[in-house]
Design a binder for this molecule. Structure first.
Ligand code: SF4
Ligand code: SF4
Length: 421
């Protein structure tokens, strides 16, 4: 069974000074200390969480783990929140759209079909492209919880998994690629950049077509049946390969596969898959850390030059805080001649996207994103670079609201790819 690692909380309130949600809401129930107090009572069965208010208490947390990092007692609020959400979905109704998502994510063919249908619909009927610095799609009419004109991820013409063969020859190392759904279905160009970089480095690449969604968006919402199935599938598939690493491009998928699968099987007391998840975890690495630590890319980049750019960098929560990959993307970017790097204020503060948080609590999500946009604008950078599809979309929309579509929003891999060209 999982240890209750939030019980170390001494209610000191330090988390109030770092929580992005508390900064906007100023209410005790939306900060780590308040969450822990409420959740402890809920898990003991002392609070009825069937009301709409309860949905807010459990939902209004980005799971950004800023509080965990800042907490002097390392109280794991995120774990308390995930367990409470699991208990909540087991006892009460799950929102309809999450049940549909759960059915879709179970099966790659259904996901592919949904993406193709979405693409057809967005070309014909429902959505138009906004004039944002990063392409996306936007509903012409409100679609339930998704309001008119908000920026959504685009849908790629062809998925990453369809685009590439399952094996690309190379001599320097042997890796498998897990793009994550954001790269597979939306910003495939980021995956394209990664493949081109690896080809330049002559790395052997496996792209197993049977890989499943990591299940993260469902798991973080408290739905675990489908994530358990998906986790077992991915663990069995990748553990059987003779590879150095599994490169997970999307940070949330990396964090899910590297850390949350272990928590999941620990919670379920499934010893067999807990051991397998630990083995799998050792293989998982982000594209930035892999390229920085295990290839000569940085040295190669020192001989490259790009058109002069002033770049600032936003740390995605699941890359910077969860995987502790902060210095590596900065070092790679700084190696390129032509990059004028400038740090923004609060670079590692969450952008406010957090998947379904941005759907369920749109107003708060936008307020947090606008603070991020202000930090970017203050730097006078012409390009903001980050490492996550969700952050790219959120930042592009916030800059659009601020009237700054001139600031480009790029992925680290895209800048490296540009330099190598
Ligand atoms: S979670 Fe940590 S920082 Fe927040 S009140 Fe508890 S002990 Fe203090
Ligand atoms: S995980 Fe993030 S949003 Fe949730 S309580 Fe902690 S700091 Fe606030």
């Amino acid at each position: 069974m999982l240890d209750k690692k939030w019980e170390t909380c001494v209610k000191c309130g330090l988390c109030r000074s770092v929580c992005p949600v508390f900064r906007e809401e100023k209410k005790e129930q939306y900060v780590a200390r308040g969450h822990i107090t409420l959740i402890e009572e809920f898990l003991k069965g002392n609070i009825d969480f069937s009301t709409k208010k309860a949905h807010e208490y459990l939902g209004k947390c980005l799971l950004c783990t800023t509080c965990v990092e800042a907490c002097p007692n390392k109280a794991e609020t995120d774990l308390a929140m995930i367990l409470a959400r699991i208990k909540h979905t087991q006892e009460y109704n799950v929102p309809f759209y999450k049940r549909i998502l759960s059915l879709v994510m179970k099966n790659r063919k259904v996901m592919d079909f949904a993406a193709k249908t979405g693409r057809l619909m967005h070309n014909i009927l429902f959505v138009q492209h906004l004039n944002t610095s990063r392409k996306g799609m936007s509903p012409r009419i409100g679609l339930g919880l998704i309001e008119r004109k908000r920026l959504l991820l685009p849908i790629a013409d062809k998925t990453f998994l369809e685009q590439y063969p399952s094996h690309i020859e190379g001599k320097n190392g042997r890796i498998a690629v897990f793009p994550g759904c954001g790269v597979n279905y939306a910003y495939r160009e980021i995956g394209d950049a990664f493949i081109r970089i690896c080809k330049k480095l002559n790395i052997e690449i496996l792209i197993p077509k049977e890989q499943a969604c990591c299940g993260g968006p469902l798991y973080f919402s408290g739905l675990i049946d489908t994530p358990v199935e998906l986790a077992k599938k991915n663990i069995d598939l990748f553990n059987a390969l003779n590879i150095d690493f599994v490169i997970v491009i999307e940070p949330t998928c990396a964090s899910t596969t590297k850390f949350e699968y272990e928590r999941l099987f620990s919670y379920l007391q499934d010893k067999e898959y807990l051991e397998k998840a630990k083995e799998f975890s050792k293989l998982i690495i982000s594209s930035e850390k892999y390229l920085h630590d295990y290839t000569p890319l940085k040295e190669m980049l020192k001989k490259t030059k790009i058109k002069e750019k002033t770049i600032t960098y936003h740390d995605p929560c699941h890359l910077g805080r969860a995987q502790k990959v902060k210095q590596e993307p900065r070092a790679l970017l700084n190696a390129i001649d032509g990059v004028n790097f400038v740090e923004m204020k609060d670079a590692d503060t969450c952008c406010g996207n957090a998947g379904s948080f941005s759907v369920d609590f749109r107003e708060t999500s936008v307020k947090i994103a606008l603070r991020k946009a202000e930090s970017i604008i203050e730097t006078n950078a012409d390009t903001v670079v980050t490492g996550c599809c969700g952050c790219i979309m959120q930042i592009a929309e916030a800059l659009h609201i601020k009237g700054r579509d001139d600031i480009k929003v790029k992925h680290t891999l895209e800048i490296i790819d540009e330099a190598l060209k």
